[in-house]
Design a protein around this ligand. Structure first.
Ligand code: SAM
Length: 279
């Protein structure tokens, strides 16, 4: 991997979250936990130098790799052709920014990814994860590596200290849990933070007429002032504090509760009330 990086003149940048995994056991472990089979199309965001890509291809699955760094995107097909020639036709590389990836950008033969499996760029991990879940409904599950603190935030249940807007938003799409820790030594360069694996399985969004955009706007308003009671935190969302109290009571929620205690289904129930209170 070092040799390839040298040949490409690669100098890993923090801006693109470039910490590459050089440990074969780690990439094999990720591929195993992702439970891929030949029928799967794995979406890999940020394949980098291709160590995880090779492990994913070795399961028999196809891989759609989305890489923002043009030098890395260009080098990946040759790396796979050299190291795993029989798997090369199962790989498609898209030189794009995953943050703005739309389903219409995907090549026809790779238009329906079934699983997200990636060592995500840490600086944009949460928005990228939420964006691909919104854009690509065929993604049913995922196994991603991110900063430990972010994994714990994303998988946090209501009422816990780490629970926040990212936890609620991910819960809209999927049930998530921490699936293991990853030591710093497996990366080049070694990052200044701990890493972990997050596993998720898509489920139906909460029932009710409120749209995702409506619920997410409410969640952002509620957590912008997470130490306040919901009656106070939602005053401008509802129009006034009494309007917020009415909406909360109509949804069956105690107005003195704080945002960190509510599940995504409860947020959806509150979001339903807004048209009644804010005209
Ligand atoms: N998968 C490789 C590995 O495990 O060694 C590299 C992982 S590294 C943490 C993150 C990768 O994501 C880098 O290759 C980086 O260039 C790429 N990247 C960063 N931002 C991106 C974006 N917005 N869209 C697509 N790729 C991105």
């Amino acid at each position: 991997m070092r040799q390839l990086a040298e040949r490409l003149g690669l100098r890993p940048t923090k801006r693109l979250g470039q910490n590459f995994v050089h440990d074969a056991n780690t990439v094999r472990r990720i591929a195993r936990l992702a439970q891929l089979s030949p029928g799967d199309l794995a979406l890999e965001i940020g394949p980098g130098l291709g160590s995880l890509t090779l492990a994913l291809l070795s399961t028999g699955a196809s891989v759609l790799a989305v890489e923002i760094d043009p030098t890395l995107a260009e080098a990946l097909p040759a790396t796979v052709a050299a190291r795993a020639p029989a798997a090369a036709r199962r790989l498609t590389v898209l030189p794009s920014d995953a943050m703005t990836l739309r389903s219409s950008d995907l090549p026809e033969e790779r238009a329906q990814p079934t699983a997200l499996v990636a060592n995500l760029p840490y600086n944009v991990a949460v928005p990228v994860l939420l964006s691909v879940l919104a854009e690509l409904p065929t993604l049913r599950r995922g196994l991603v590596m991110v900063q430990l603190e972010i994994v714990d935030r994303l998988a946090a249940p209501p009422g816990s200290r780490a629970y926040g807007a990212p936890s609620v938003k991910l819960a809209w799409y999927a049930a998530a849990r921490r699936a293991g820790l990853v030591p710093r030594a497996v990366f080049w360069p070694v990052p200044g933070v701990d890493s972990a694996l997050l596993e998720f399985h898509r489920h139906e969004p909460p029932p009710g007429p409120a749209t995702r955009a409506e619920v997410f706007a409410l969640v952002d308003a509620a957590f912008a002032q997470r130490r306040k009671t919901l009656r106070a935190a939602l005053a401008s969302w509802a129009g006034s504090a009494p309007d917020a109290e009415d909406a909360l009571r109509a949804a069956g929620i105690d107005p003195t509760t704080r945002a960190e205690r509510l599940s995504v289904a409860e947020f959806a129930r509150i979001a339903e009330q807004r048209p009644l209170t804010h005209t």
